[in-house]
Write a protein that binds this ligand. Structure first.
Ligand code: G6P
Length: 371
C-alpha cells in the first residue's frame, strides 16, 4: 500500500531516499572511546589478520559491484592484494584459497545460493570468511567466521539501492579496520577517512534534494534503445551499476565500460544521439580527471549525447557536457556513494515512464536461493 511505501510510488524510490539514513546507521558506533575503529562482529584476532596475504571478495549482482568499488579502497589502504569474483564463477575454477586468504562475501539477503556455496567452499579450504550482510541471522552470516551487518533496514525493491551504498560503506569499514590492525594506516589516518565517511549521509541528501533535472532527463531519454555508462577507477563499477539498474527495471539495453577501454571496442557502439553517462573523478592530484575529459570528447565527437556527473565547481567538464549533473565534493574513493544515486533515480524514473513494475521486474527475484 501507499502507506507502507511512505507515500512513494515504489519501494525502490523510498529506499533510494532512505540512503542517507542507511549509510549513517551503517557507520554508527564503530569507534571506541580511544577513537579506534572496532568492528565487534569480527572475532578474528589481530594476529590472524596479520597473516592474511590476499583478500577475495565474492558476491552476485549489485553486491558484486559493491565489491569492485571496495577493491580500490582495500588495496590502497591495506596494500593486500584484493580480488573480486562473481560467486557462481568462484568455486568452479579451482581458485587459490588457503588459510591465509580472507574471503569476504557480500550479500544483502544473506541467502543467495551462489554466494553461500562460495562460503562453504572457502571454509573447506581453510580460509577465514567474513560476511557483509543486511539480514540478521540469515544463512550466509551464520555459516561465516564473522559478519559486518549493514544497517540499511529491509530492502523490498528487487533492484538493490540502499543495499549497495551500505555494502560499499561496510567494505570500507573493513578495509580501514584491516589497515589499522595490520599497521598500514595509523590512528589519525583512519580517523581522517572516517571523518570524511561521516560527511557522506548529508552529501547523499544533497544529491537527493536536486533531482528535478534527472526527472526531466528521464522524460527526454526514456524512448532510447541503448544507454552507455563510462567511468574509471572507482567510477568504473559505478558505471556498471548504473547500467545494471536500467537493465533490471527499465529493460533497456545498457552497458558500463571503463572509459579508457572505449577505443578498444565499445566506441564502435557510439552513434548519433546515443546517451552516454560519464562519471568524472574529482579534480585532483592525479591525471585521472583529465583522462576522463578526453574520453568524453571522444564519444561526443562521434555524436553521443553526454550526461556528465562531476563534482560541483568542475568548470573543465562543462564544455563537453550536454547535461551536467553536479555532485558534492568527495575524495575519489568516496565519490561512488554519491555518483551512484542519480543513476538509481534515472533508472527508477525511466522504468516508471515506460509503465513497468519497478519493484517486481520481470524474470527477477529479490533473493536467488538456487544455484
Ligand atoms: C538478485 C537480485 C539482485 C541482487 C543479487 C544479489 O539477483 O535481483 O538485486 O544484487 O541477487 O543478492 P544478495 O542478496 O546476495 O545481495
Amino acid at each position: 500500500s501507499a502507506a507502507e511505501k511512505g507515500g512513494y510510488d515504489w519501494f525502490m524510490r523510498k529506499e533510494i531516499y532512505e540512503q542517507p539514513q542507511a549509510v549513517a546507521d551503517t557507520l554508527l558506533g564503530r569507534f571506541d572511546s580511544d577513537r579506534r575503529l572496532t568492528l565487534d562482529e569480527i572475532r578474528i584476532s589481530a594476529s590472524e589478520l596479520r597473516t592474511i596475504d590476499k583478500v577475495v571478495i565474492v558476491a552476485c549482482g549489485t553486491a558484486y559491484y559493491a565489491g569492485l568499488v571496495a577493491k580500490y579502497a582495500i588495496e590502497h589502504w591495506t596494500r593486500i592484494p584484493c580480488e573480486v569474483e562473481i560467486a557462481s564463477e568462484f568455486r568452479y575454477r579451482d581458485p587459490i584459497v588457503t588459510s591465509r586468504t580472507l574471503v569476504v562475501t557480500i550479500s544483502q539477503s544473506g541467502e543467495t545460493a551462489d554466494t553461500l556455496m562460495a562460503v562453504r567452499y572457502a571454509r573447506e579450504q581453510g580460509a577465514k570468511v567474513i560476511a557483509i550482510c543486511n539480514t540478521n541471522g540469515s544463512t550466509i552470516p551464520r555459516e561465516s567466521d564473522a559478519v559486518i551487518y549493514t544497517h540499511a533496514g529491509p530492502e523490498i525493491g528487487v533492484a538493490s539501492t540502499k543495499g549497495f551504498l551500505t555494502q560499499v560503506t561496510a567494505c570500507y569499514l573493513l578495509g580501514l579496520f584491516l589497515a589499522q590492525e595490520r599497521g598500514t594506516k595509523f590512528g589519525d589516518e583512519v580517523a581522517t577517512v572516517m571523518a570524511e565517511m561521516e560527511t557522506m549521509p548529508a552529501k547523499i541528501q544533497e544529491v537527493l534534494d536536486g533531482t528535478d533535472a534527472l526527472l526531466a532527463l528521464a522524460r527526454d531519454l526514456h524512448q532510447t534503445e541503448s544507454v552507455l555508462f563510462l567511468g574509471r577507477h572507482a567510477g568504473y563499477p559505478v558505471a556498471l551499476e548504473g547500467a545494471l539498474k536500467l537493465k533490471e527495471i527499465a529493460y533497456l539495453h545498457a552497458e558500463g565500460f571503463p572509459a579508457g577501454e572505449l577505443k578498444h571496442g565499445p566506441i564502435a557502439l557510439v552513434e548519433e544521439g546515443i546517451p552516454v553517462f560519464v562519471v568524472v573523478p574529482p579534480q585532483g592530484r592525479d591525471q585521472l580527471h583529465d583522462k576522463v575529459i578526453s574520453n568524453i570528447q571522444e564519444v561526443r565527437a562521434r555524436g553521443a549525447h553526454t550526461i556528465v556527473l562531476a563534482e560541483e565547481g568542475d568548470e573543465e567538464v562543462r564544455p563537453y557536457a550536454d547535461r551536467l549533473i553536479s555532485l558534492p565534493r568527495a575524495s575519489t574513493l568516496l565519490q561512488p556513494l554519491l555518483a551512484t544515486v542519480p543513476l538509481q533515480i534515472f533508472a527508477c524514473e525511466v522504468a516508471t515512464l515506460l509503465g513497468h513494475d519497478v519493484d517486481q521486474p520481470r524474470n527477477l527475484a529479490k533473493s536467488v536461493t538456487v544455484e
